[in-house]
Design a protein around this ligand. Sequence first.
Ligand code: GLU
Length: 478
Amino acid sequence: MSVRVRFAPSPTGYLHIGGARTALYNYLIAKKHGGKFIIRIEDTDEERSKREYEKLQLEDLAWLGIEHDIGPGKEDEFGPYRQSERLHIYQEYTDKLVEAGLAFYDFCTDEEIEKMREMNEKEGTSAYTGKWREEAHFAEAKQRVAAGEKTSVRFKVDPTKAYEIDDLVRKNVKFPAQMVGDFVIMRSNGKPTYNFCNVIDDHLHKISHVLRGEEHLNNTVRQLMIYEAFNWEAPKFAHLSIMIGEDRQKLSKRHGATSVHLYKEESYLPAAMNNYLTLLGWSHPEELSVFTKEELFSVFDENRFNKSPAMYDIEKLKWTNGQHIKLMSEDVFFSYANEAIAKDHFYHTQSDEWKKVCLSLLREKINMITEIPKLIDESILNESFVQTDELKDILSWETTPAILNHVKEELKKEEGTHVSAESFNSWMDFCKKELKIKGKPLFMGFRGVLTGQNHGPDLKVLIPLTPIEILRKRINSL
Ligand code: GLU
């Protein structure tokens, strides 16, 4: 069987990270099996669906590098792939079910439906108790439809039947009989319901595996009934574990950003997003936690899904981002940083050479590119020191005043905007050879008087990056 999988977003908002994970898993399964990854736009909800959102969601997927093979604008012979362009198809299949006696026109009034709902709620059932299910009323219903009356169509559920699936995530799932009552497949406005058009499309689009969020598990029983009614083979299902926040509640905005575009705006790396999302409900066969999606093409295995809820941990995502930052080539990192660092930051006033040295110095220390400007502010642009106990200690050593004096004198002589690495080395050499200061008193003495701290980035690189005016201000503040 050829593998054809689909991501079927409803274009009613931005791409959610849960949706991105579903898309990614589908994409990886297609890649693993040399199959096709399809995008189907489920836009039958006229009020909530917007073309603009479809565009934005596709842009976010493209940012993640999750490119589809087939979909709107990339049709194959089984399209179209936008549900709003398939309404005639749903109508045709509705008619088939009605003709076969497997669905019926329902003329119950809103009040009758409301009464039924109240009764069902009271009794804990979901049965349809209107009269239109009965054969005896079919002829009348048909006449009313032929006369142009608009009405909804319900699927006739056999309450004696139970269903089960062999889910790739949840294994054997049983749906007991009587779980659902006769459900609407076609609304009176000619719009099909999700469960109906989803099945028609998955069948006609030749979908082999349906991977989607666990919240759809309850819909699956209705869908199985429709497959059965048409005598169609159902695809393989995988209901992916839900995502939860640290408080074990379903992931929502209170836990942080849930839309992909916000991560894009915060300059997260798409490779890191993909890496992290892949591990929310799936584990690598070699237990690896850092990889690219391309490295998964051969190893992604649909039997390694985990059914327990996946904890969304933003710190872990940031860590993963840091790992991918370390994996980037220097050139790629340079253009990424130039793009991501705010245009009005001091960084952009410096030469390319300065930027490259600065980035290579700070890259090891960060998980997020947005930490770079902060690190520059703190370790390169700060003009005076906080008198910490550590600094007081260094300043109290008997060797430190000599270092301080020497640096002060040398800084007076410097003419450029920055101290060269050679100059800085010669200051150190002088203190070592002429003043006989060695080891910790030498290194820590320099660090203390020049940075006000007892630890930090390599001084030989950091000091030449620091504007000389700032070094002078620091020294004079001591
Ligand atoms: N449009 C549905 C959603 O966005 C698709 C569910 C499915 O994949 O079947 O949740």
